[in-house]
Design a protein around this ligand. Structure first.
Ligand code: SF4
Length: 284
């Protein structure tokens, strides 16, 4: 595998890597809170089809899982690109792809590299069978960012069409999982990308209702949807409205829930969402 294209802006760096079979993946390195995050994909493309994601609209949206060997090789390749070797590193399976659908290889890569990284993260919509496997026993506890993005399952399916499928965890199952995972020492975060679909007063009340069911320590990370200019039935909303939604939740949840509104690292270049891979395919 080798790097065929790159985009760099301050300490946010994106690379397109060509794999041995000729397919492309997109990876990123970025500095955040005094650590360098290795944002790596779990699949070549992604089969989830979220409406807000560039990967869904790429000419070749999904091909296959990445092998553990490929994942390890990506880590090695990114290490050669580091601009500061001494700063702590975070391994984040948060690029394109659904890590819980490639769990065996993700686990292997995480275990092989555990001593090199301060922390391991993954972002998932929640795959029921993998969540069961995780609760049955792990020797590492990645921080799990659930792509919630909604206040009820119907609303979620508007953004993540696969969310109606029974293999995908519903919101109640995600809440339950958090209870057991935090008891095991893990940390759960809900990602909530605010857009026109999930920001009404009804959504606010429902989200508050979900929060009231959570008795463990939970982080909620709000971001603002950035319009990727596709006909995807989702609209960006005003920044002040997004922040007000986040602030209202923050004001009304109990102290075990920590709310933050994140500005995405490398927002201007759309870090970690597969834009560069999709763009390159469109050009070819
Ligand atoms: S947001 Fe993530 S899970 Fe959804 S389609 Fe994109 S890469 Fe896949």
């Amino acid at each position: 595998m080798y790097i065929i294209d790159r985009y760099e802006e301050n300490n946010n760096k994106k690379y397109i890597i060509q794999l041995q079979d000729g397919y492309f993946i997109e990876v990123a390195l970025f500095e955040h809170r005094n650590a360098i995050h290795f944002c790596i994909p779990s699949q070549v493309g992604c089969c989830v089809g979220c409406r807000h994601c560039s990967t869904t609209y790429a000419q070749v949206p999904y091909v296959r899982n990445l092998s553990s060997r490929e994942l390890n090789n990506i880590v090695e390749l990114l290490i050669t690109q580091l601009w500061n070797k001494n700063i702590p590193k975070v391994l984040s399976f948060s690029g394109h792809g659904e890590p819980m659908m490639n769990w065996e290889n993700i686990q292997k890569c995480a275990r092989d590299n555990i001593n090199r990284f301060l922390n391991i993260y993954l972002t998932s919509i929640g795959i029921v069978c993998t969540m069961h496997e995780i609760l049955l026993g792990l020797d590492f506890y990645p921080n799990i960012y659930f792509s919630l993005h909604a206040s009820c399952d119907n609303e979620r399916a508007e953004l993540i069409p696969l969310a109606g499928n029974e293999q995908i965890a519903n919101l109640q199952q995600i809440i339950e999982f958090g209870k057991y995972y935090t008891q095991m020492g893990g940390q759960v975060i809900w990602n909530y990308m605010i857009c026109n679909v999930n920001s009404s007063d009804e959504s606010f009340q429902r989200l508050l209702g979900l929060c009231r069911k959570v008795e463990y320590s939970l982080d909620i990370r709000f971001t603002k949807y950035i319009d990727i200019r596709k006909n995807n039935k989702i609209k960006e909303i005003d920044s002040a409205v997004s922040k007000a939604f986040c602030q209202k939740i923050s004001d009304q949840v109990s102290s075990n829930i920590h709310v933050r509104f994140s500005t995405l690292e490398g927002e201007e270049m759309g870090i970690a969402c597969g834009q560069m891979r999709a763009f390159l395919q469109d050009k070819k």
